[in-house]
Design a protein around this ligand. Structure first.
Ligand code: 4AD
Length: 570
């Protein structure tokens, strides 16, 4: 005799049980349904016993219900499989038939005007010819909807009838390139589409088919892809709506900066990237062999801009700067676009006012332009223009502010190693004048204050050799400089600037103090020799500025092909 089937109405389960003593079912009905004719034992709280007649009668009804349900599910699955097979057959047949369909452009139609997608507004109602990539694709009851992308914009396009029945139409894939001919129509009332119009396609061709199946675009990349895959496939990521919007805004930002700087009478120059002098300290130099001589990739074009003042007046440049920092933070790149300005015959106060004006006027222009304003709205819907004047906070006051707000930093020993307490946690201490305010503390302060801050007057020992000391304070314990960092909420430092040492002897002493050999700097020193002047300038990290403007998590999203430690591909 086969072993009895166990049912435990309190502890058993129909889903996970097996009907054994160890894993009983939860209901008598299920036991009857799965094991008709078997001996059944049931318990509720006490010992297992044979079920009563009335319990069996009730369970029989339940088992019949389950049987019916099972039959229905089987029928449904059968119907489903049949429908799928029919659909497959229909598609195969369609594809076979589609091979016979040859599209020809109707010669009686008006000649199609070639256009880019951002220039279609004036062509409503006319026949146009557009080319681009299949950005989105939807096949719906013999109508194919394509959102076409050509870099200048997007266009909803509709294929119906014969144009939707060709082999190319039935096998079209995302990211294929196509040329579409058709009439441009306003979208029906109540519907939306990019630009407010759609293309009713009457003729089209595939220019370059993208793969489907395993190698399909959406299989190589999607929102859940790992960051390292996204980095490797940056060239494909750029095709996305967000990444391309960031780069479009970047282009508008550069144009706006150039217009603003030009309106302030700064002239654009292009200094070299290959240099033989350091600007911001030897630790972050990328060294290379230059025809057998040591050379570096530039850290800043500042020194060259200074040499332009006597011939060109105030100048600016947009040049790549390179920093060999082993920093993996969200605001560090190994190569970044550095917008730098240099102005002659100014005071420190005028320098800070200038930086503030340039930033605010540049943002004003972007917001006044409908295209860039829409990009800002898309990427950073809560963006509000910062109020002027920007808050100014001296370095010494910032140290006090940090201590007043309990923002401490990790204590370090003389060798720069973090000191740990008995539990092995870093020992936290208050800030003192002379400390380099670390990124974390600076970020906390900026985010609490929530406005742009000009942090100014840093101690000389923390800053570059060329910075002008604050006059009249030479005897103090700390020597402070006419220097400023502009800090933005969410990003931190986006601009670093200062007045420069104007006196030749003072500069020579500064080289000496830093242990810099003055001979390769002869041309920089000459600026002080042949008619010196009070002057100052600044450098703005374009990717950091864009991260602030477009509310991006990291500067890596703000560069076309970002470089960071160990990453120089694609
Ligand atoms: O403060 P920094 O090092 O200043 C200079 O290089 C000056 N010589 C500029 C000048 O006065 N002409 O750098 C200026 C700005 C920073 O505020 C920051 O926005 C950006 O350059 N920056 C970086 N951006 C991305 N990645 C990095 N590793 C950066 N280092 C600096």
């Amino acid at each position: 005799m086969s072993s009895p089937i166990h049912v435990d109405e309190t502890g058993g389960s129909d889903d996970t049980g097996k009907g054994t003593l160890e894993a009983p079912y939860g209901s008598l009905a299920f036991a009857l349904f799965t094991h008709p004719g078997a001996t059944l034992l049931i318990r509720k709280d006490g010992a297992y016993e044979e079920p009563t007649q009335s319990a069996l009668k009730k369970a029989k009804k339940g088992a019949d219900g389950l049987e019916k349900k099972k039959k229905k599910a089987e029928e449904l699955a059968e119907r489903d499989a049949l429908a799928k097979a029919q659909e497959k057959e229909r598609k195969e047949k369609l594809i076979e038939e589609s091979k016979k369909i040859v599209l020809v452009e109707d010669p009686s139609l008006p000649k199609a005007k070639k256009a880019k997608l951002n220039n279609l507004s004036e062509l409503r109602g006319q026949r146009v010819r557009v080319s681009g990539w299949v950005h989105r694709l939807r096949d719906q009851k013999e109508i194919i909807f394509i959102v076409l992308r050509d870099g200048t914009g997007y266009l909803q396009s509709i294929l119906t009838g014969k144009v939707a029945q060709t082999y190319d139409a039935l096998t079209l894939t995302l990211e294929s390139t196509v040329e579409l001919y058709g009439t441009l129509q306003a979208v029906p009332e109540g519907k939306t589409a990019p630009g407010g119009h759609e293309l009713i396609v009457d003729y089209w061709k595939v220019l370059g088919a993208a793969p489907g199946a395993d190698d399909a675009f959406s299989n190589r990349l999607n929102e859940k892809s790992d960051p390292s895959i996204l980095a490797d496939l940056r060239h494909l990521v750029l095709r996305g709506e967000t990444a391309s919007a960031v780069l479009k805004l970047r282009a508008a930002l550069m144009t706006s900066f150039r217009q603003t700087l030009t309106s302030h009478d700064l002239l654009e120059v292009t200094p070299p990237c290959l240099v033989q002098t350091q600007v911001e300290g030897g630790a972050t130099l990328f060294k290379l062999d230059y025809y057998g001589q040591p050379a570096f990739l530039t850290q800043s074009s500042q020194l060259y801009l200074e040499t332009c003042l006597p011939s060109l007046g105030d100048v600016f440049c947009v040049q790549e700067s390179f920093r060999a920092e082993n920093s993996h933070t969200r605001r560090h790149l190994s190569e970044y676009t550095h917008l730098e300005g240099e102005l002659a015959f100014i005071t420190f106060e005028e320098l800070m006012n200038h930086i503030e004006s340039v930033i605010c006027e540049t943002v004003d222009k972007l917001l006044a332009d409908p295209i860039s304003a829409a990009l800002i709205k898309q990427l950073n819907p809560n963006f509000t223009e910062p109020a002027r004047p920007f808050k100014r906070l001296s370095y010494v006051d910032a140290i006090k502010w940090l201590n007043d707000h309990g923002i401490q930093h990790e204590a370090e020993d003389a060798e720069g190693n973090v000191i740990k307490d008995e539990q092995g946690n870093p020992k936290m201490v208050d800030h003192v004048v002379g400390d380099d305010i670390a990124e974390a503390a600076e970020r906390k302060m900026t985010d609490i204050l929530g406005v742009p801050i000009f942090l100014h007057g840093f101690p000389a020992e923390l800053k570059a050799f060329y910075m002008k000391k604050i006059p009249g304070k030479e005897g103090d314990a700390h020597v402070f400089t006419e220097s400023c960092d502009l800090l933005m909420p969410g990003v931190g430092e986006i601009v670093g600037g200062s007045m420069r040492i104007a006196d030749e002897q003072e500069l020579i002493a500064a080289y000496k103090k830093e242990g810099i050999d003055p001979s390769p700097y002869y041309w920089f020193t000459d600026q002080r020799k042949y008619g010196t002047c009070e002057h100052g300038g600044y450098g703005l990290g374009v990717e950091r500025f864009l991260a602030w403007l477009a509310n991006r998590y990291t500067v890596r999203e703000c560069s076309l092909y970002p470089r960071w430690p160990s990453r120089a591909t694609p």
